[in-house]
Design a protein around this ligand. Structure first.
Ligand SMILES: NC(=O)C1=CN([C@@H]2O[C@H](COP(=O)(O)OP(=O)(O)OC[C@H]3O[C@@H](n4cnc5c(N)ncnc54)[C@H](O)[C@@H]3O)[C@@H](O)[C@H]2O)C=CC1
Ligand SMILES: O=C(O)[C@@H]1CCC=N1
Length: 278
């Protein structure tokens, strides 16, 4: 790839930029970035990563191979109409916007445009994202490989059908927040029980890393691993009984389903807004 443009310069855009630069996927001088109006942020990114930043769309799009669209879903229509005249056949558009479907984007751009819809998560900032990608029929094998290579710089990648991306968003897109929520609860209870915050934090982090690595490395199902921690009449059993009383597993299932539904609703909301404006 000779040149990459990134539209939007927020946390997700920076995480991707950082991965691409760190893994030397391309020279940072070949990456062009812009945002809505935060000039200082662009200067900071330029200084930190050596990328090119500008509000001059002609300069950004001249001879560009791929464009990453990393604005908020609510800004999708405005951002796409801003760059629409530059989105030509042969170009690859990669969207990381939650909920915004490929069909919705197709309605806003040249129908021949190759589009990848990706759902990373914020662990991209440390190269540990779980990213799923879906593509439209215009994406060539080379463009798919390029997209996978971009997201591999920030973690694991997989491809799914487009209609599965809302479920991915509810599961692994929002997923880090569920784990942080658990970590918050662990920290609060540890402090209430008299542990020092620093000590508690260290123990919690290692417990989460250890459990995640057991899930990754052991061939056992999560249920089996849970049972192996739980001695009859022991501490874990006593603790888990409380989770059962509060139906916490059901709450997590409902949580992920609701996040998935919200991804669908976001997409519908944007589609409805487009119809009203057309
Ligand atoms: N934060 C997360 O956990 C995840 C976010 N995403 C998606 O990534 C996208 C970006 O999210 P964040 O980086 O968290 O947002 P953010 O609010 O940090 O950044 C958004 C950026 O878009 C720019 N922008 C807005 N309108 C624009 C326009 N018309 N032209 C050019 N730039 C424009 C803003 O200036 C800003 O730089 C969202 O669509 C979100 O759904 C995807 C996966 C995970
Ligand atoms: O909450 C959100 O809408 C974004 C998308 C996935 C994670 N965060």
């Amino acid at each position: 790839m000779n040149k990459l443009a990134i539209i939007g310069a927020g946390s997700m855009a920076e995480a991707l930029l950082s991965g691409i630069v760190k893994n030397k996927l391309m020279d940072s001088k070949q990456i062009w970035m812009t945002n809505k109006a935060d000039h200082e942020k662009l200067i900071a990114l330029q200084n930190q990563y050596g990328v090119q930043t500008t509000y001059d769309l002609e300069a950004i799009f001249q001879d560009v191979d791929a464009v990453i669209l990393a604005v908020k879903p609510k800004d999708a229509a405005e951002a796409i109409s801003y760059i629409k005249s530059y989105l030509k056949e042969g170009l690859l558009l990669i969207s990381v916007m939650a909920g915004v479907g490929i069909q919705t984007i197709e309605k806003l751009v040249d129908p021949s445009l190759a589009i990848v819809r990706a759902m990373p998560n914020t662990s991209a900032a440390i190269g540990k994202s779980a990213t799923a990608l879906a593509i439209n029929t215009k994406v060539s094998p080379t463009q798919l490989e390029l997209s996978l290579n971009i997201f591999k710089t920030v973690g694991l990648t997989t491809t799914v059908q487009e209609d599965q991306l809302d479920a991915v968003t509810g599961l692994s897109g929002s997923g880090p927040a569920y784990i942080y929520y658990l970590a918050e609860a662990m920290e609060k209870s540890a402090i209430d029980s008299g542990l020092e915050k620093d000590v508690a934090k260290e123990l919690i982090i290692q417990t989460l890393i250890g459990a995640a690595e057991m899930l990754a490395k052991s061939k056992k199902e999560p249920e089996q691993l849970r049972k192996e921690v739980t001695s009859p009449g022991g501490t874990t059993e006593a603790g888990l009984k409380i989770l059962e009383t509060y139906r916490v597993q059901h709450a997590f299932i409902d949580c992920i389903k609701e996040a998935t539904a919200q991804s669908k609703r976001l997409g519908e909301h944007i589609r409805a807004g487009m119809k009203m404006n057309s």
